[in-house]
Design a protein around this ligand. Sequence first.
Ligand code: AMP
Length: 397
Amino acid sequence: MKNIADFDFSNKRALIRVDFNVPLNKETLEVTDDTRIRAAVPTIKKVLEAGGSVVLMSHLGRPKNVPEEKFSLKNIISKVEENLGCKIQFAADCLGAKAFEKSSKLKAGEVLLLENLRFHLGEKKGNVEMAEKLAKHGDVYINDAFGTAHRAHASTAVIADYFPENKMFGFLIEKEIKSVDQVLNSSEKPLTAIVGGAKVSSKITIITKLLDKVDNLIIGGGMAYTFVKAKGGAIGNSLVEDDFIDTAKQIIADAKTKGVNLMIPTDTIVADEFSNEANTKEVSIDQIEEGWMGLDVAAASIDQFKKAILDSKLILWNGPMGVFEMEKFQNGTKEIALMVAEATQNGAFSLVGGGDSVAAVNKFDLATKVSHVSTGGGAMLEYLEGKTLPGIAAILK
Ligand code: AMP
């Protein structure tokens, strides 16, 4: 496998699959959060500084396989230019004759952005002809789109076959892979995983996998109440998955057998409705009355988690501790974010991955205070679960 750091890009056109699936303002169609564009800059700059030219390809949103103004990558041109500090060219159809004319004439130092790949049905279908055609845009293929690495699409996986000698990861994917490997395969201890979010069902694979790795497993968020019910507690109207009570019991038993310190919250902030205007009180998590629901972890639980987190050398955090989108129920998640930041400052390696925990560290302005914030929600989870990601496998094979 080739390595981006020492590859000679001089007079080569690098076709880079980036993840420019950024949020746009619904009315003005301006980029509202350019995190993903910023994340791709090191890879793009590396090629340009090494004397190459760049063809960027990405998807944006969920168009129905035909062009739609609101999903056009034209809307992000100025943000890309702002981040790169140079003008870029644009091709209005990634497979059109004009696009190929533009990419074939690129000179060293120039950048061409192709229109949304998902305006063609072949992208998501992993169509071989589309991949073969796209491949003509470059001499070298770089995959730096971690957010779509779990998809076997034309531009993320199939295309790599057309660059048997000249395919590689970009810096972003390299960092994502390194971060997960550092958490799962390092011999440093203790390793603490914090798993929150709404449901046990969506996190069960990762929890099972983590039981073989971690010293401490902190459970929070909506899924905690299924565990509390499994232990015989009264959870009132809290979120619960009755189909997963047995699973929760099994996890509790497995944690014991495997010597994992499973930490389930002991107290909770309950509310009389799912609203920021609700009446609230702090109660023991296994004594929630009917008509009340647990929407955040409370002081004693936070204290109990604190010691484990601050003592850790490795930390993995996925999923919020409560309904952090509402101010009344954000405290548990905020406290955890602060603890992870503090542990990182004290020398721990911390990886925050999975949609909502990333939103949480951003909300509390702590993204720069943890070791790595993953850009790929679903991809990160699947990679942590030990699944083979097509976008990664295609480069490695
Ligand atoms: P997930 O996508 O599974 O990580 O779940 C994230 C969502 O879980 C967020 O939108 C939270 O508001 C929600 N959540 C966290 N704690 C609770 C809770 N106690 N009850 C209901 N929803 C929750």
